[in-house]
Design a protein around this ligand. Structure first.
Ligand SMILES: Nc1ncnc2c1ncn2[C@@H]1O[C@H](COP(=O)(O)OP(=O)(O)OP(=O)(O)O)[C@@H](O)[C@H]1O
Ligand SMILES: [Mg+2]
Length: 375
């Protein structure tokens, strides 16, 4: 087992005007499951391929444990990779598919058999060892691809969207299996996906990339609770965080008819940058609905307190529901998503008055996108 270090690793493709991966700095712990996530083209596969030795590193270094592997060929890195298009050999049995890399490496037959049987047991493939891939389900084939990596007993597993060929239900099952398998084997793993739910549910830590630049690397919890900038705030979480640009006024920011007390320091920091607005982030579950009975108490000169949201669409999910509405903020109409209880679903067309819950707002500089709140 080993740590993995990306030390300002940079990849510029021939003819490219800017790096596909720009100064990537990540230290993956021994036995850790690190997920690289981000939109299409952000440099996830390139990062993984640099670690695998399939792509040149133009600046910086890559280390596995204390070995500098930056310029080593793939076969000398002690890694095993599972790709999105894990082509199994159709004419070979499951056992032969799993043992093929060991056979090429000259491992003796008895040892291959032993490792394949162990991996098959772990992956629940024992009864399929004599079958050909075409006689397996998608999920079973995917496990064979995993098995090929496991039998090599590498220091590091690399996986690039290994679940993208599976249907939605199987993806969810298989992601749990991969995560628990990784924990059992304790092999350091770097896993690539564009799916933030997969990233959040599988990773010990998650690294978010955008345009080749690392935005934040953190535990799923911290990533959700304290996104470092507007991009991460909007990318992590489903439905996405509401991000609303609001004017700075004395003591806070104005949210419809309500003055929301956000951290004074945050507002001051924005004002110091010369910004007249900040962007406030509120997750759908962090709005309080000012109920009609309370409204008399919370009336202001300008009408009921809070932001008036007109309900456009309601998504009922049973335990809870999501209201997709619109609200007038300043002179613009903004789309707002609010989570409501499953037994308190409002009518389409009705108006809700909502207030962001104290202590659950995020404040970002409108100009730079940086997080300004520190908790
Ligand atoms: N062989 C190549 N030659 C030139 N440019 C490339 C090459 N491979 C990738 N790129 C470019 O580098 C950038 C990063 O690509 P990469 O494949 O790493 O993205 P990704 O995050 O894996 O995206 P996806 O989620 O679509 O797989 C993209 O702009 C892509 O067009
Ligand atoms: Mg990719």
């Amino acid at each position: 087992m080993a740590t993995v270090t990306f030390d300002k690793a940079t990849r510029i493709y021939p003819g490219g005007d800017k790096p596909a991966v720009d100064g990537l700095d990540i230290e993956v712990g021994d036995g850790e499951f690190l997920v690289l996530v981000g939109p299409s083209g952000c440099g996830k596969s390139t990062s993984l391929r640099m670690l695998a030795g399939l792509e040149d590193v133009n600046a910086g270094a890559i280390r596995i444990g204390d070995r500098d592997v930056t310029h080593l060929p793939p076969k000398d890195r002690d890694i095993a990779m599972v790709f999105q298009n894990y082509a199994l050999y159709p004419h070979m049995t499951v056992a032969d598919n799993m043992g093929f890399a060991l056979k090429i490496a000259g491992v003796n037959k008895a040892e291959i058999r032993k490792r394949v049987e162990e991996a098959a047991k772990i992956l629940d493939l024992t009864e399929y060892l004599a079958r050909k891939p075409k006689a397996l389900s998608g999920g079973q084939r995917q496990r064979v691809a995993m098995g090929r990596a496991i039998v090599r007993e590498p220091q590091v597993f690399l996986m690039d969207e290994p679940l993208s060929n599976l249907d939605a239900k199987l993806r969810v099952q298989t992601r749990t299996q991969i995560a628990s398998l990784q924990r059992r084997l304790g092999v350091t793993t770097v896993y690539v996906t564009h799916d933030q739910v997969e990233a959040m549910t599988m990773g010990d830590r998650v690294a978010v990339l955008k345009d080749g630049i690392l935005q934040q690397v953190d535990s799923p919890r911290n990533m959700y609770d304290r996104p470092a900038n507007l991009f991460v705030a909007g990318f992590i979480g489903s439905p996405a965080m509401n991000l609303i640009e609001v004017p700075i006024i004395d003591g806070g920011v104005k949210f419809g008819n309500a003055v929301v007390n956000v951290q004074r320091d945050a507002v001051q920091a924005a004002a110091d940058k010369g910004d007249s607005t900040v962007t406030v982030g509120v997750r759908p579950e962090h709005f309080d609905i000012v109920s009609p009975e309370d409204e008399s108490k919370s009336l202001t000169k300008e009408g009921p307190a809070g932001l008036a949201v007109t309900v456009n669409v309601v998504e009922e999910l049973g335990a809870d529901g999501y209201v997709y509405g619109s609200a007038k903020v300043g002179d613009e109409h903004k789309d707002i998503v609010i989570r409501v209880g499953g037994r308190a679903i409002p009518e389409k067309g009705s108006v809700l008055h909502v207030v962001p819950r104290a202590g659950e707002t995020h404040v970002f500089a409108t100009s730079s996108g940086e997080r300004l709140t520190d908790s």
